[in-house]
Design a protein around this ligand. Structure first.
Ligand code: KG4
Ligand code: ZN
Length: 402
């Protein structure tokens, strides 16, 4: 079965063509995957502006769809002949954005008389783990940098067989809009056992980055600075004389004062809260701004602060995930969502699973499939289709919430 996936729930316009074979243990092959990022548009606002995003989706949709068909070796007009199923993100997300994807998918489903599935975006982040791209694509260059900013995903098309995933699985879904712990007992059987009470983990990265004058989206620059702090800390150990210690936030602040809270790490439930962490960062830096909102701390201090902030988030996420995996006797711990692109989170969660749950498998998506993409939507759509959830174009409704 050949599936066309479409994703527009936030600020990425994505389309992918995925081949699915088998019912019991399906195998997925990526024929194409195009992602058009709008980061440049939203950067000046430090967050996604829904109506600007929707307008950009309208502009980007056609070239992105065209690119997905082209990369798979077809033209859009071949759609009626080759596509068997259309999968589109219908919820949760920003309504003006979702509507561009759903109405495009509905139009194609109507025009080509195809079944259509409205996919839960968060299921998609989990199902990104059901495909294993062959490797990094050396030719994943940005094409058409203006005005569409679209590029092929950073992996080679095709896929290796994915090892069987053992249920029940505990899934940590960490994105810009959501932070959830999900118990997955089987395909289509998802139960949210915990979620954030305020900001999502990705949102916290984005807001703290804005506070510190770093570009949007905030995850990648914070990760880069945190890594540089680590490198400096390592060098400092080897060469204590020459390199200043990064832990002292400013001449007046001791390493102890730089410590940030680990919100709700000890609470008995599986919920999260990250907005206080953001405020804690604000309190730390608020006396360090000039009257023109310029942050007056050294690069080293900024890096140390980013490292501590990133670690605070990672500590809470890992503690809760491991506790849930123990309680539910998880066969697999699954990571998904844009924050799953964070190398420290990927590494440290893997280590924690290995150390504390040696019988449990650990699955994580390729970085290019951790952030929003349409491959994951096509795969989730296939499992929904197997579960008998396919509809006609008239039945698809965009919804803001799960
Ligand atoms: O899943 P996603 O692409 O979109 C949503 O569904 O929200 O996630 C986007 C989020 C953003 O908040 C971004 O800052 C975060 O993922 N992110 C990262 C990293 N890369 C993206 N957070 C931490 N470290 C990263 N390397
Ligand atoms: Zn997402």
């Amino acid at each position: 079965m050949i599936i066309l996936g479409i994703e527009t729930s936030c600020d990425d316009t994505c389309a992918a063509i995925v081949k699915a074979t088998g019912r019991k243990t399906p195998r997925f092959e990526i024929l194409s995957s195009i992602r058009s990022s709008q980061a440049d548009i939203h950067r000046e606002f430090g967050g996604v502006v829904p109506y600007l995003a929707a307008r950009a989706h309208v502009e980007n949709m056609n070239p992105v769809l065209k690119g997905a068909f082209q990369d798979a070796g077809y033209a859009i007009k071949d759609g009626k002949k080759i596509i068997n199923l259309i999968a589109v993100t219908s919820h949760p997300g920003l309504i003006p954005c979702l509507l561009i994807g759903t109405s495009t998918a509905q139009t194609l489903a109507w025009r080509w008389s195809k079944p259509i599935i409205g996919v839960n975006h968060l299921d998609g982040h989990i199902y990104a783990n059901w495909v294993n791209p062959i490797g990094v694509n050396p030719k994943s260059e940005i094409r058409n940098p203006k005005p569409q900013h679209y590029k092929s995903s950073g992996f080679k098309y095709g896929a290796r067989q994915v090892q069987n995933i053992k249920f029940p699985a505990i899934c940590l879904v960490v994105s810009g809009g959501h932070t959830q712990l999900v118990l997955m007992r089987g395909h289509g059987d998802f139960k949210i056992i915990g979620e954030t009470r305020d900001d999502a983990a990705g949102e916290a990265f984005d807001k703290v980055a804005k506070l510190l004058g770093l570009p949007f989206p905030g995850g990648p620059p914070i990760e880069r600075l945190a890594q540089s702090a680590r490198n400096i800390a390592e060098q400092t150990q080897n060469n204590a004389e020459k390199i200043p210690r990064p832990s002292a936030f400013s001449q007046r602040k001791s390493a102890r004062e730089l410590q940030l809270p680990r919100p709700m790490i000890g609470s008995k439930d599986y919920d999260f809260s990250f907005s206080g962490l953001k405020t804690a960062v604000l309190y730390l830096v608020q006396k360090e701004f000039t009257s023109h909102r310029k942050l007056l701390i050294s690069d080293l201090q900024l890096a140390a602060l980013c490292a501590e902030f990133q670690q605070a988030i990672i500590d809470v996420l890992i503690a809760k995930t491991i506790r849930a995996a123990k309680q539910y006797n998880a066969g697999t711990v699954i990571l998904g969502g844009g924050v799953a692109a964070n190398r420290e989170l990927r590494k440290q969660l893997g280590k924690a699973v290995k150390r504390q749950l040696p019988a449990t498998d650990y699955r994580l998506p390729t970085t290019a499939l951790a952030v929003d993409n349409a491959v994951m939507i096509a795969i989730a759509g296939y499992f929904d289709y197997l579960g008998g959830k396919s509809k006609t174009w008239k039945d698809i409704k965009a919804r803001a919430v799960v």
